[in-house]
Design a protein around this ligand. Structure first.
Ligand code: SF4
Length: 157
């Protein structure tokens, strides 16, 4: 929902903290998830994740969530799906070039990132292109699997 999306970025500080707590709980449950099987759990978690993130962030369930480093502003809402900062068309008032009635998602992301009191550089991490094969999968489950495969990368976030 569009209004909720802007509200979420304005409330990025506590939403981000809550998100981190939830993520840490899931990471600790890795032994259990591994025993059950991630493939079996994906649809279950997606059925919870999709409506929550859809309502709060207008999430498109790309399966590669960046909310934690983009100030709780989902880059998939950019009409050009820019993943690494704004295009060159941001209007002087911060509005989107393609949809002038909405603020650029990256302007919102920068504000949200500041509210999260994060190292400013996190938003400047270069993200890989969207992998269409992950569309409609649980980003939560992917995060837990990634953490357990490459825990050293977590210090960058
Ligand atoms: S102005 Fe911002 S939201 Fe609009 S297309 Fe460019 S990067 Fe995307």
């Amino acid at each position: 929902m569009y209004r909720m999306r802007l509200w979420s970025a304005r409330n990025a500080a506590w939403l981000g903290a809550l998100y981190n707590v939830w993520e840490n709980i899931l990471i600790r449950l890795h032994p259990l998830f591994a025993r059950i099987g991630y493939e079996r759990l994906d649809n279950l978690f997606l059925s919870i994740e999709k409506p929550i993130k859809g309502f709060l962030f207008d999430s498109r369930s790309c399966g590669q969530c960046t909310l934690n480093i983009t100030g709780m502003s989902c880059p998939m809402n950019c009409p050009k799906t820019m993943r690494n900062g704004p295009c060159g068309g941001v209007r002087p008032d911060g509005a989107c070039e393609v949809k002038p009635d909405m603020p650029c998602v990256w302007v919102v992301a920068r504000d949200g990132n500041r509210r999260m009191n994060k190292n400013e550089h996190t938003i400047e991490l270069v993200l890989p292109p969207v992998d269409a094969r992950l569309q409609g999968t649980s980003a939560w489950m992917r995060k837990v699997r990634e953490h357990n495969s490459h825990p050293e990368l977590e210090s960058l976030r």
